[in-house]
Design a protein around this ligand. Sequence first.
Ligand SMILES: NC(=O)C1=CN([C@@H]2O[C@H](COP(=O)(O)OP(=O)(O)OC[C@H]3O[C@@H](n4cnc5c(N)ncnc54)[C@H](O)[C@@H]3O)[C@@H](O)[C@H]2O)C=CC1
Ligand SMILES: O=C([O-])CC(=O)C(=O)O
Length: 271
Amino acid sequence: MTKLERVALIGFGAIGRAVADGLLAAAGDDAPVLAAVLVRPGRAEPVRDALPAGTAVVEDVAGLRAAAPGLVVECAGQAAVAEHAEAVLAAGIDLMVISTGALAAPGRLERLTATAKAVGAQLIAPAGAIAGLDGLGALRRSGLSAVTYTSTKPPLAWRGTAAEEQLDLESLAQATTFFEGSARDAALAYPKNANLAATVALAGLGLDETRVRLVADPAAQGNTGRIEAEGAAGRLSVTMGGAASANPKTSASTAWSLLDAILRRGASFVI
Ligand SMILES: NC(=O)C1=CN([C@@H]2O[C@H](COP(=O)(O)OP(=O)(O)OC[C@H]3O[C@@H](n4cnc5c(N)ncnc54)[C@H](O)[C@@H]3O)[C@@H](O)[C@H]2O)C=CC1
Ligand SMILES: O=C([O-])CC(=O)C(=O)O
């Protein structure tokens, strides 16, 4: 693999800001340069003020291309994948998406992987706020029979989501499972909270066969993701937990996972 010299980000929220900080802190001999950040139209000015002069702050994919990145990293949300992924890949640029749940939309995964293949680019999923995708990949090769992903977060993290149609989040007294279903349905119904359902599914048994449970727990100190899998070669049980980031829906470890994936090809996979 050739040396990665320039990276661009899509999004400058809780994750994007932390990844940018990490890239700037790592700047030096071998770390790639933060070449550009793509923001929503009209949002460039404050982002420009927060970044060094050498980092272009742009509002469209043409601006990103002009910065000549070898890798674009989406950290903006599922809508940004819908809006920009095709154009980035079609330009022959590798794309790492943290909002993997966007790939659960009918036909999108097939379209994007076809575009990537046609131009020789890669669509990449980082582990994000979960661990164990290596073991899941091994069990997949051996033959997987069942995979369940469970996400537990405090009620605050489920505010403004479909969970509110079933639960009174403010007065919840005990841990409550409010969603059980496929990874595809979880990722699409909870776009800011259940991307990992899609990541685990894409690494393992697929979007329709991977089972997902979403839990609101008033006693939870932070967010926890758990994978349980059964395969011909063995069993997997992995839990990753920790504090939320500046965004209560997003685990703090997400940005660190992206940074590790960018800087040393840490846990991530080509879709
Ligand atoms: N796979 C994983 O482990 C995880 C994935 N995520 C995904 O990451 C996304 C971002 O999370 P946070 O940074 O916490 O959210 P955030 O709300 O703090 O920041 C998102 C930023 O992206 C910007 N944005 C939105 N649409 C955009 C577009 N089309 N083009 C450019 N910028 C755009 C917003 O203005 C905002 O500044 C989540 O919505 C979710 O899809 C979040 C947590 C874990
Ligand atoms: O950060 C987390 O714990 C997971 C998350 O929001 C997601 O999967 O979209």
